[in-house]
Design a protein around this ligand. Structure first.
Ligand code: G16
Length: 465
């Protein structure tokens, strides 16, 4: 079947054998090749993948399609983290990368992320051009099986070397803390654990083998899927558990006592820590759906704050322009100054480890201190499956500008992405359609723990009424 190929929040994603077929992959890759060929930049494209089923085959097919369209493929033979591929794009000065991954989506999905020569996820002005080229291609004949061998590159050594420059491994080693790493059967296997061990840090792993079914669920480093990591931490006496998703651009962090520390808080804590230890003060960025704890910190430090639509490509731009210390999204993505303009779940875990080692305090204790300094914030997110009725109702509803939400006065309406309603006490709710999954996202952030549930309920009541 000829599917409509859309590059959503982060690339094209589809169910394997339904829309993610060799024939649609050929169209998508040919569209990217035509785009690259039309640009003035390099005509070589890196081709990589996460460890999903048939990834090797998709990479091989993409290489042939690129070559047939006048673009030279440079193949990454082993599964590689999305940020390691982003780093290689810059190092090798290629015309971008094609990465076969569906990130944290369930095992039946695969996808293509295209990054531009700056290593950042392609911006909408690029993906709309690619989509138009793909649309014009009814079908792409399978390229003749040329016997030519394409060049290969191992992206791991350079990327790990860069991490060695950005993270203070000496401090981690000195603290003597132990780490558990959970790669979720994904692309970061052999990355975070390797570099920690290389620097003499005792590191245990779980889910450290290939399983294309990811244990029967999405490879998402979320609280409810981190039991094995928590059990291993208990067994080994680890001070921190660090996890990455299928393509290692997202992170999940577990505190010493087994508490999952949500990404919102990790980004805020790292922002504070980097200002303190690196002395950087150029700016900070977050998506509009990410905690206002970051706004409060930016205000305290008198550091410019950039609030972007959801999609790391917008934060990537700010990194490339050297405008920010750190940029993050509540969906578990972050990067830092001087690093790739792409989410990096590996560096997130390593920096969180460094922060615990240097501060000598658990993440929970650090968060408590941060709340005492700049105020408390309790973010929450829920997803609703999209039936055609839900989608229609939702789309209509969020066009309106409400003046109150369950009796609470709306102080400000923000339309950076979807709809965000800011209430008088600084709490807020936000709504948008996901660009990666068939769901509606309902975000809320209370200022008191006791208001977390009522506010989230009010947010749902308003949109579903
Ligand atoms: C992708 C994007 C992120 C975005 C996330 C959720 O992450 O790269 O920038 O925050 O999706 O987007 P949405 O709410 O539209 O589903 P990943 O890790 O799936 O590539």
């Amino acid at each position: 079947m000829t599917a409509e190929i859309k590059f959503g929040t982060s690339g094209w994603r589809a169910v394997v054998a339904e829309d993610f077929t060799l024939s649609n992959i050929r169209r998508a890759v040919a569209g990217i090749a035509q785009y690259v060929a039309s640009q003035s930049g390099p005509k070589t494209v890196l081709v990589g993948r996460d460890p999903r089923f048939l990834g090797e085959m998709f990479v091989a097919e993409a290489a042939k399609v690129l070559a047939a369209n006048g673009v030279t493929p440079l193949i990454i033979p082993d599964p590689a983290p999305t940020p390691a591929i982003a780093y290689a794009v810059r190092q090798k000065k290629t015309g971008g990368s094609i990465n076969f991954t569906a990130s944290h989506n369930p095992p039946e999905y695969n996808g293509i992320k295209y990054s531009t020569p700056d290593g950042a996820p392609a911006l909408p002005e690029v993906t709309t051009q690619i989509e138009a080229k793909v649309k014009a291609l009814a079908s792409v004949e399978p390229p003749a099986d040329s016997q030519s061998k394409y060049d290969q590159v191992d992206v791991k050594p350079d990327y790990l070397k860069r991490l060695g420059e950005l993270v203070d491994f000496k401090a981690i080693k000195k603290s003597g803390l132990k780490v558990v790493f959970d790669p979720f059967w994904g692309a970061a296997r052999g990355y975070s654990c390797h570099i920690l061990r290389e620097h003499g840090v005792e590191t245990a792993t779980v889910h450290d083998y290939r399983d294309v079914l990811f244990g029967g669920h999405a490879p998402e480093p979320d609280d409810h899927l981190l039991d094995a990591c928590k059990a291993k931490m208990k067994e080994t006496g680890a001070a921190i558990g660090i996890a990455t998703d299928g393509d290692a651009d997202r992170f999940g962090i577990v505190d010493q006592d087994g508490t999952f520390i949500q990404p919102n808080y990790i980004i805020a804590l790292l922002f504070d820590y980097l200002v303190e230890t690196r002395g950087w003060r150029n700016g900070v960025a977050k998506s509009v759906a990410t905690t206002n704890l970051i706004n409060a910190l930016a205000e305290e430090y008198k550091i410019p704050l950039y609030e972007t639509p959801v999609g790391f490509k917008f934060i990537g731009e700010l990194i490339n322009e050297d405008k920010i210390v750190i940029g993050g999204e509540e969906s578990a993505g972050l990067t830092i100054r001087g690093h790739v303009p792409e989410k990096d779940g590996v560096i997130a875990g390593l920096l969180a480890t460094e922060m615990v080692a240097v501060r000598g305090k658990s993440l929970g204790e650090q968060l408590k201190q941060l709340f005492a300094r700049v105020g408390s914030f309790y973010p929450n997110r829920e997803n609703f499956r999209l039936t055609p009725e839900v989608k229609e109702k939702f789309t209509e509803k969020i066009k309106t500008d409400p003046t109150e939400l369950s009796g609470r006065k709306v102080a400000k309406v923000v339309r950076t992405d979807g709809l965000k309603l800011i209430l008088a006490d600084g709490s807020w709710v936000a709504y948008r359609l996901s660009g990666t999954e068939p769901v509606v996202r309902v975000y809320s952030e209370a200022r008191k723990d006791s208001d977390r549930e009522p506010l989230s309920q009010a947010a749902k009541d308003w949109v579903l009424a």
